[in-house]
Design a binder for this molecule. Structure first.
Ligand code: FPP
Length: 223
Protein backbone atom coordinates (compact mmCIF):
# COMPACT_ATOMS: atom_id res chain seq x y z
CA UNK A 1 0.00 0.00 0.00
CA UNK A 2 1.25 3.49 -0.75
CA UNK A 3 1.41 5.89 2.20
CA UNK A 4 1.23 9.02 0.09
CA UNK A 5 -0.37 9.56 -3.31
CA UNK A 6 -0.18 12.86 -5.21
CA UNK A 7 -2.72 13.72 -7.89
CA UNK A 8 -2.38 15.94 -10.95
CA UNK A 9 -6.04 16.73 -11.51
CA UNK A 10 -6.03 17.27 -15.27
CA UNK A 11 -8.88 17.27 -17.78
CA UNK A 12 -11.52 19.48 -16.17
CA UNK A 13 -11.66 21.86 -19.14
CA UNK A 14 -12.05 19.10 -21.73
CA UNK A 15 -14.64 17.35 -19.60
CA UNK A 16 -16.76 20.52 -19.64
CA UNK A 17 -16.18 21.32 -23.31
CA UNK A 18 -17.30 17.83 -24.33
CA UNK A 19 -20.60 18.59 -22.63
CA UNK A 20 -20.95 22.02 -24.20
CA UNK A 21 -20.31 23.65 -20.82
CA UNK A 22 -17.91 26.48 -19.97
CA UNK A 23 -14.54 25.30 -18.63
CA UNK A 24 -15.36 26.67 -15.18
CA UNK A 25 -18.04 24.00 -14.82
CA UNK A 26 -15.34 21.39 -15.29
CA UNK A 27 -13.52 22.78 -12.27
CA UNK A 28 -16.75 22.74 -10.26
CA UNK A 29 -17.14 19.03 -10.98
CA UNK A 30 -13.41 18.71 -10.37
CA UNK A 31 -13.96 19.77 -6.76
CA UNK A 32 -16.57 17.00 -6.40
CA UNK A 33 -14.04 14.49 -7.66
CA UNK A 34 -11.44 15.90 -5.25
CA UNK A 35 -13.81 15.35 -2.32
CA UNK A 36 -14.62 11.77 -3.40
CA UNK A 37 -11.00 10.87 -3.93
CA UNK A 38 -9.88 12.41 -0.63
CA UNK A 39 -12.61 10.57 1.27
CA UNK A 40 -11.73 7.29 -0.41
CA UNK A 41 -7.99 7.67 0.25
CA UNK A 42 -8.81 8.36 3.89
CA UNK A 43 -10.92 5.18 4.10
CA UNK A 44 -8.01 3.24 2.61
CA UNK A 45 -5.79 4.55 5.41
CA UNK A 46 -3.39 6.66 3.36
CA UNK A 47 -1.32 8.93 5.57
CA UNK A 48 -1.10 11.75 3.05
CA UNK A 49 -2.63 12.86 -0.22
CA UNK A 50 -1.57 15.78 -2.36
CA UNK A 51 -3.69 17.58 -4.96
CA UNK A 52 -2.33 19.94 -7.61
CA UNK A 53 -5.02 22.60 -7.59
CA UNK A 54 -3.26 25.61 -9.14
CA UNK A 55 0.26 25.96 -10.49
CA UNK A 56 2.56 28.98 -10.67
CA UNK A 57 1.89 28.84 -14.44
CA UNK A 58 -1.91 28.68 -14.21
CA UNK A 59 -2.09 32.50 -13.74
CA UNK A 60 -1.68 32.66 -17.55
CA UNK A 61 -5.23 31.35 -17.98
CA UNK A 62 -8.10 33.70 -18.81
CA UNK A 63 -9.03 35.88 -15.85
CA UNK A 64 -12.51 34.44 -15.74
CA UNK A 65 -11.17 30.90 -15.30
CA UNK A 66 -8.60 31.93 -12.68
CA UNK A 67 -11.34 33.74 -10.73
CA UNK A 68 -13.60 30.70 -10.93
CA UNK A 69 -10.90 28.42 -9.49
CA UNK A 70 -10.12 30.89 -6.68
CA UNK A 71 -13.82 31.16 -5.89
CA UNK A 72 -14.07 27.37 -5.61
CA UNK A 73 -11.03 27.37 -3.37
CA UNK A 74 -12.48 30.13 -1.15
CA UNK A 75 -15.74 28.20 -0.83
CA UNK A 76 -13.78 25.13 0.23
CA UNK A 77 -11.76 27.15 2.77
CA UNK A 78 -15.00 28.53 4.24
CA UNK A 79 -16.42 25.07 4.56
CA UNK A 80 -13.27 23.74 6.23
CA UNK A 81 -13.35 26.66 8.68
CA UNK A 82 -16.99 26.11 9.52
CA UNK A 83 -16.58 22.39 10.01
CA UNK A 84 -13.12 22.54 11.51
CA UNK A 85 -13.92 20.07 14.30
CA UNK A 86 -15.45 17.48 11.94
CA UNK A 87 -12.72 17.95 9.35
CA UNK A 88 -10.43 14.99 9.85
CA UNK A 89 -7.27 16.21 8.18
CA UNK A 90 -4.21 18.26 8.75
CA UNK A 91 -4.41 20.74 5.91
CA UNK A 92 -1.19 22.01 4.37
CA UNK A 93 -0.96 24.42 1.45
CA UNK A 94 2.00 23.80 -0.83
CA UNK A 95 3.21 26.87 -2.66
CA UNK A 96 4.04 30.52 -2.25
CA UNK A 97 1.19 32.16 -0.34
CA UNK A 98 2.81 35.58 -0.86
CA UNK A 99 0.77 36.22 -4.03
CA UNK A 100 -2.57 36.02 -2.24
CA UNK A 101 -4.24 38.95 -0.57
CA UNK A 102 -3.96 39.25 3.19
CA UNK A 103 -7.44 37.84 3.82
CA UNK A 104 -6.95 34.62 1.85
CA UNK A 105 -3.43 34.13 3.15
CA UNK A 106 -4.55 34.55 6.75
CA UNK A 107 -7.35 32.01 6.24
CA UNK A 108 -4.93 29.50 4.77
CA UNK A 109 -2.47 29.98 7.63
CA UNK A 110 -5.23 29.75 10.22
CA UNK A 111 -6.46 26.46 8.78
CA UNK A 112 -2.94 25.08 8.75
CA UNK A 113 -2.36 26.12 12.36
CA UNK A 114 -5.71 24.87 13.65
CA UNK A 115 -5.29 21.41 12.11
CA UNK A 116 -1.58 20.99 12.72
CA UNK A 117 -1.99 18.36 15.46
CA UNK A 118 -3.83 15.90 13.15
CA UNK A 119 -2.03 12.94 11.67
CA UNK A 120 -3.70 12.46 8.25
CA UNK A 121 -2.41 15.09 5.87
CA UNK A 122 -4.04 16.66 2.85
CA UNK A 123 -1.69 18.87 0.87
CA UNK A 124 -3.34 21.34 -1.47
CA UNK A 125 -0.87 22.73 -3.98
CA UNK A 126 -1.97 26.30 -4.69
CA UNK A 127 0.29 28.68 -6.57
CA UNK A 128 2.70 25.76 -6.49
CA UNK A 129 5.64 25.11 -8.79
CA UNK A 130 8.32 22.46 -8.28
CA UNK A 131 11.08 24.80 -9.43
CA UNK A 132 9.76 27.58 -7.22
CA UNK A 133 9.74 25.15 -4.28
CA UNK A 134 13.41 24.25 -4.86
CA UNK A 135 14.49 27.89 -5.21
CA UNK A 136 12.48 28.81 -2.12
CA UNK A 137 14.13 25.96 -0.18
CA UNK A 138 17.59 27.18 -1.23
CA UNK A 139 16.76 30.73 -0.13
CA UNK A 140 15.50 29.50 3.23
CA UNK A 141 18.74 27.60 3.80
CA UNK A 142 20.82 30.64 2.79
CA UNK A 143 18.78 32.81 5.15
CA UNK A 144 19.58 30.30 7.92
CA UNK A 145 23.27 30.95 7.21
CA UNK A 146 23.96 27.39 6.00
CA UNK A 147 27.10 26.95 3.92
CA UNK A 148 26.84 23.24 3.23
CA UNK A 149 23.66 21.21 3.39
CA UNK A 150 22.55 17.60 3.43
CA UNK A 151 19.60 16.08 1.61
CA UNK A 152 17.84 15.92 4.99
CA UNK A 153 18.34 19.67 5.51
CA UNK A 154 16.88 20.23 2.08
CA UNK A 155 13.84 18.01 2.61
CA UNK A 156 13.08 19.85 5.84
CA UNK A 157 12.54 23.16 4.04
CA UNK A 158 10.43 21.85 1.18
CA UNK A 159 6.71 22.67 1.28
CA UNK A 160 6.07 18.95 1.84
CA UNK A 161 8.31 18.71 4.94
CA UNK A 162 5.47 17.37 7.11
CA UNK A 163 4.51 14.53 4.72
CA UNK A 164 5.94 11.06 4.22
CA UNK A 165 7.74 10.37 0.90
CA UNK A 166 5.49 10.51 -2.17
CA UNK A 167 4.96 6.90 -3.26
CA UNK A 168 2.93 7.50 -6.39
CA UNK A 169 2.03 10.40 -8.66
CA UNK A 170 -1.24 9.92 -10.53
CA UNK A 171 -1.99 12.12 -13.53
CA UNK A 172 -5.42 12.11 -15.14
CA UNK A 173 -6.33 13.55 -18.54
CA UNK A 174 -3.97 11.61 -20.81
CA UNK A 175 -0.84 13.76 -20.86
CA UNK A 176 2.47 12.06 -20.04
CA UNK A 177 4.40 14.70 -18.15
CA UNK A 178 5.06 16.03 -14.66
CA UNK A 179 4.31 19.72 -15.34
CA UNK A 180 6.53 21.21 -12.62
CA UNK A 181 4.92 19.07 -9.89
CA UNK A 182 6.92 17.71 -6.92
CA UNK A 183 10.21 17.69 -8.83
CA UNK A 184 12.36 16.72 -5.84
CA UNK A 185 9.78 14.37 -4.32
CA UNK A 186 9.21 12.53 -7.63
CA UNK A 187 12.71 11.00 -7.48
CA UNK A 188 11.44 7.50 -6.60
CA UNK A 189 7.70 7.94 -6.92
CA UNK A 190 5.86 5.50 -9.16
CA UNK A 191 4.18 7.34 -12.02
CA UNK A 192 0.65 6.41 -13.09
CA UNK A 193 -1.06 8.00 -16.07
CA UNK A 194 -4.66 7.54 -17.11
CA UNK A 195 -6.79 8.97 -19.92
CA UNK A 196 -9.72 9.38 -17.52
CA UNK A 197 -10.55 13.07 -17.13
CA UNK A 198 -10.37 14.34 -13.55
CA UNK A 199 -14.13 14.91 -12.99
CA UNK A 200 -14.68 11.23 -13.95
CA UNK A 201 -11.92 10.00 -11.62
CA UNK A 202 -13.27 8.35 -8.48
CA UNK A 203 -12.79 5.56 -5.92
CA UNK A 204 -12.68 2.75 -8.54
CA UNK A 205 -9.96 4.60 -10.42
CA UNK A 206 -7.97 5.11 -7.20
CA UNK A 207 -8.24 1.36 -6.53
CA UNK A 208 -7.03 0.61 -10.06
CA UNK A 209 -3.99 2.85 -9.55
CA UNK A 210 -3.19 1.15 -6.23
CA UNK A 211 -3.42 -2.33 -7.79
CA UNK A 212 -0.96 -1.15 -10.44
CA UNK A 213 1.28 0.30 -7.71
CA UNK A 214 1.29 -3.03 -5.87
CA UNK A 215 2.63 -4.75 -9.01
CA UNK A 216 5.55 -2.40 -9.41
CA UNK A 217 8.97 -3.54 -8.19
CA UNK A 218 10.48 -0.66 -6.26
CA UNK A 219 14.23 -0.99 -6.05
CA UNK A 220 15.25 2.60 -5.19
CA UNK A 221 18.38 2.16 -7.24
CA UNK A 222 19.22 -1.25 -5.73
CA UNK A 223 18.77 -4.69 -7.31
C1 FPP B 1 -6.49 21.03 -14.79
O1 FPP B 1 -7.50 20.81 -15.75
C2 FPP B 1 -7.10 21.57 -13.58
C3 FPP B 1 -6.74 22.74 -12.99
C4 FPP B 1 -5.69 23.62 -13.49
C5 FPP B 1 -7.45 23.22 -11.80
C6 FPP B 1 -7.88 22.16 -10.85
C7 FPP B 1 -8.65 22.79 -9.80
C8 FPP B 1 -9.68 22.22 -9.14
C9 FPP B 1 -10.17 20.84 -9.38
C10 FPP B 1 -10.35 23.01 -8.08
C11 FPP B 1 -9.51 22.94 -6.86
C12 FPP B 1 -10.28 23.23 -5.69
C13 FPP B 1 -10.17 22.55 -4.54
C14 FPP B 1 -11.09 22.89 -3.45
C15 FPP B 1 -9.17 21.48 -4.34
P1 FPP B 1 -7.46 21.65 -17.09
O2 FPP B 1 -8.31 22.85 -16.89
O3 FPP B 1 -6.06 21.93 -17.49
O4 FPP B 1 -8.15 20.68 -18.08
P2 FPP B 1 -7.87 20.54 -19.65
O5 FPP B 1 -6.49 19.94 -19.77
O6 FPP B 1 -8.93 19.60 -20.10
O7 FPP B 1 -7.97 21.90 -20.25
Amino acid sequence: MPRHIAFIMDGNGRWAQRRGLPREQGHRFGVKAFRNVLEHCDKLGLEATTFYAFSTENWKRPKREVNAIMKLMDAYLSECEQKIDEYAFRIVFLGDKGVFDEKRRARMERLEARTSNRSRIVNIALNYGGRDEIVNACNRLLADGKETITAEDFKAVLYTASSPEVDMIVRTGGDLRISNFLLWQAAYAELYFTDVLWPDFGPDEVDRAIVEFSKRKRRFGGV
